[in-house]
Design a protein around this ligand. Structure first.
Ligand code: SIN
Ligand code: CO
Length: 400
């Protein structure tokens, strides 16, 4: 009994794992269901490439970048949330306690921060929304809250105390009058203290609250799915632009049951089946790849083409010299399979034309971030391979 009392309650609830679960275990046991903590999951040396506090503050001065500062008080009803852009002088007025700065989409503005994503290849990278980064001083917090997304909270420098709910919150009741969603009831759950390299996974709607003990940086890798309404609007726009599945309903087959104002069941079914046909097509698969590779924030530009494109032979010569191509982690890519077995590869919202012969290379790009001459034997026809690699290189998807 005495020993039991000494065990931290998070261990009691099997929340602390000694390494990341395998991909299989992750989706079966944790994804959307159960929080976990892995100590030292990310190597300390990874953090030296990621954004630091000063550069983060620099991003918060920019007009197009979403940032906020949250100031805590002993009474949560008095907390303040200010939205950026901020003037540089703003930071000197904040003092050294009880505030945090949070900046969204950091991996697109400080692309080295995306290197963190290499630790999360078991996650659905296509669903990743952004890396939000917070810098916080002792006492800094955004309060107890839930998010609609899945999140890995990766602790950088410093030390924070988190409380994590054991089950999802059913009815969110938030403190009134704050420009911030803070749960009135706080968080009832397990407490855990984290330091550099520790990772917490929080499923959607699980309450959590982090309070900073030592000046800290937290990297939140978030995965947010779209709402049906958002997808219907976007897919509708795509069909209109591409002139696909966009025939007009002509009232075919109507009879006396549809006189006056009633849309009879046959007419409803015909309208519904036109929509279903549009959703069941390969065009929908193709659009999904486009949609999930589009940055979720309007201000982020697509990759654009290289100023000095390479010929296939030039690229091959570099590879033959022993150079290695790599895919930077911030580039938004998604892929879907069509009914003919071909893969729709989309990068930053644009489909890269591919045929079935490229499937091996595309699978390779899905699982690896580098490619060199020694990998060629595994990847099929060299001419076709070089054509696609050259295209991807010239579009700034691959780099030496
Ligand atoms: C934070 O870094 O303080 C907030 C992260 C979160 O709870 O999502
Ligand atoms: Co959160």
């Amino acid at each position: 009994m005495l020993i039991y009392e000494f065990i931290d309650d998070s261990v009691k609830n099997n929340m602390i794992l000694n390494k990341f679960p395998t991909a299989d275990e992750f989706y079966k046991t944790y994804w959307g269901r159960k929080p976990f903590v892995v100590r030292g999951a990310v190597d300390q040396e990874v953090f030296s490439d990621l954004i630091d506090g000063d550069t983060l503050a620099g991003l918060a001065l920019e007009e197009d970048i979403k940032s906020r500062i949250v100031i805590t008080e002993s009474d949560a009803a008095q907390w303040a949330c200010h939205h950026g852009p901020f003037a540089a002088e703003h930071f000197s007025s904040l003092g050294d306690r009880n505030w945090s700065l949070l900046v969204q989409n950091v991996e697109q503005y400080h692309t080295d921060t995306a290197k963190l994503l290499r630790s999360f290849d078991f996650s659905p990278r296509w669903l990743m929304d952004d890396i939000m980064v917070s810098y916080s001083t002792p006492g800094g917090s955004v309060g107890s809250h839930t998010d609609s997304y899945h999140v890995f909270l990766v602790q950088g420098m410093g030390c924070r105390q988190w409380t994590i709910g054991r089950t999802p919150v059913q009815n969110e009741d938030c403190i009134d009058g704050l420009d911030l969603k803070v749960l009135k009831a706080g968080v009832e759950g397990n407490s855990v203290e984290v330091s550099i390299g520790d990772v917490i996974y929080i499923p959607p709607h699980f309450a959590h609250e982090g309070v900073t003990q030592e000046e800290a940086m937290t990297f939140s890798v978030g995965f947010l799915g779209p709402k049906i309404s958002e997808m219907l609007v976007e897919y509708g726009d795509y069909l209109e632009q591409q002139e696909l599945h966009n025939k007009r309903y002509l009232g075919q087959g109507l009879d006396a049951c549809s006189a006056a104002f009633e849309i009879d069941p046959d007419a409803q079914n015909l309208l519904r089946s036109d929509l279903v046909a549009a959703l069941q097509s390969d065009d929908f698969s193709r659009w999904l790849a486009v949609y999930f590779s589009t940055p979720t924030h309007d201000d982020i530009e697509s990759m654009g083409a290289r100023d000095k494109p390479f010929l296939s032979a030039e690229l091959l010569a570099c590879l033959q010299e022993g150079q290695v191509l790599y895919r930077p982690e911030h580039i938004k890519i998604s892929m879907t399979t069509s009914s003919d077995g071909g893969i729709n590869l989309a990068v930053y919202g644009a489909v890269v034309e591919t045929d079935v012969a490229h499937n091996k290379l595309i699978h390779w790009l899905n699982q690896n971030s580098t490619i060199s001459m020694k990998d060629f034997d595994l990847l099929g026809d060299q001419d076709k391979l070089m054509r696609l690699l050259t295209y991807l290189y010239n579009q700034n998807v691959l780099f030496f």
